[in-house]
Write a protein that binds this ligand. Structure first.
Ligand code: PMP
Ligand code: GLN
Length: 397
């Protein structure tokens, strides 16, 4: 067939053709249109600490960061990041050569994949995976190899089958893209699981990109960075972000740490994406990272109580609840409600009871595996969650 006979060439290229509007934009628009409670897109409905907002205002007024900040990030933030990694996890990084500040974790993920993946390389990602992973692997020309976290209704958690992960590695595997605490399942990989993944990475000479944006939102267990395992520091890009930890998702301050070689490689891609971003906010987040432990503990305890409130309410409404050990999302199974299609369920939910949620199927290659699962965010004020729970009770069979 000649190109003419195939009809006009689509505008969107083949790499991105499969990726329409993100589910988060679609569902947030639906929430606004139907005036529903938005438990879909994960953003807090209260802003982060007042003193950190004031720090951003001060930076703006004092003319700090109003012009292009340095490519790797402002020195104050880079040293706050390395002090954080050292203080929390005993991981030593050089603020001059082993840190890169990015436009949110989103850019850190994109730049890492664009820098480290050759067309044809395989990238293993834990399924369900955060939606930008698939798009960025595609933009890099890589091939996505999902390894599925499986729900275990008896324990109410999701688990990773380490043998399945091992079997997924081939001669073409370039890297493993990890996410712990995991969005959307709330799984926190244990020290033992991470040790096995680290051994596998060393044995098969793989790189690891680890998305740890929910590192401070762990309710059970502990967050252990995979970079801390033997042989991992030099092969791991660790990513985090101020969005989740400080409730400033709009500021888009993210960062990554890794060996000088990895950081230099990722910077090569990043410099042509945004070059730099979020100037004055970088100074404010430098202060945020130095907040006392009470801040981080308070955030976690507040969200744990909200997790419990929403999980209990969802169970009372008839959902099967997968109680998250971390993140601010709770995944549910809608089959006990007599439903099996999460997409249809989420599209109808605003009309039925004025609540918006996210169908987990969008996070799967094996869509059928995710079909009956739906995610709710609990990073909202308590009265809002109470009201959502009341509304959801209308679904009880
Ligand atoms: N990774 C995961 C797992 C996420 O849930 C999100 C969403 N906030 C991001 C990355 C993106 O983070 P940021 O807003 O800092 O770009
Ligand atoms: N990370 C947020 C979530 O998982 C959404 C961020 C976005 O809209 N890109 O809900």
């Amino acid at each position: 067939m000649t190109p003419r006979e195939e009809g006009p060439r689509p505008l969107l290229n083949r790499r991105l053709a499969a990726f329409g509007t993100t589910i988060f934009a679609e569902m947030s628009a639906l929430a606004v249109r139907t005036e529903s409670i938005n438990l879909g897109q994960g953003f807090p409905d209260t802003d982060g600490p007042e003193e950190i907002r004031e720090a951003a205002v001060r930076a703006l007024r004092d003319g700090r960061g109003n012009q292009y900040p340095p490519g790797p990030g402002v020195p104050e933030l880079r040293s706050a990041i390395t002090d954080h990694q050292q203080g929390r996890y005993g991981l030593a990084y050089d603020p001059d050569t082993e840190v890169l500040v990015t436009a949110g974790a989103t850019e850190a993920i994109a730049a890492s994949l664009l820098a480290l993946v050759e067309p044809g390389d395989e990238v293993i990602a834990l399924e369900p995976y955060y939606d930008s992973y698939a798009a960025c692997i595609a933009m890099a020309g890589g091939t996505r190899v999902p390894v599925t976290l499986r729900p275990s209704p008896s324990s109410g958690t999701y688990t990773l089958d380490l043998d399945e992960l091992r079997d997924a590695v081939t001669d073409r595997t370039r890297l493993i893209l990890l996410n712990t605490p995991h969005n959307p399942t709330g799984t926190v990989l244990s020290r033992d699981e991470l040790a096995v993944i680290a051994e596998l990475a060393v044995e098969r000479d793989l790189l690891v990109i680890t998305d740890e944006v929910y590192e401070h939102l762990v309710f059970e267990g502990e967050h252990v960075p995979i970079a801390s395992f033997p042989g991992m520091r030099e092969r791991t890009v660790s990513i985090s972000s101020a969005g989740k930890t400080f409730s400033f998702t709009g500021w888009k301050v993210g960062w990554l740490t890794g060996s000088p070689e990895l950081v230099t490689a990722v910077r090569s891609a990043k410099q042509f994406l945004t070059y730099v971003a979020s100037g004055p906010f970088q100074y404010a987040i430098a202060e945020a990272l130095r907040l006392p432990d009470t801040y981080f503990d308070g955030l976690r305890d507040d969200l744990r109580a909200k997790r419990d409130l929403l999980s209990t309410g969802l169970a009372a409404a008839g959902f099967e609840v997968y109680r998250p050990s971390g993140t601010y999302f709770v995944t549910t199974d809608i089959r006990p409600l007599g439903e099996s299609d999460g997409f249809a369920f989420c599209r109808a939910l605003p009309e039925r009871c004025g609540v918006v949620a996210i169908p987990n199927a969008v996070f799967y290659d094996h869509r059928e595996q995710g079909a009956p699962f739906v995610r709710f965010a609990f990073c909202k004020r308590e009265p809002i969650l109470q009201e959502a729970v009341t509304r959801l009770k209308a679904l009880a069979p």
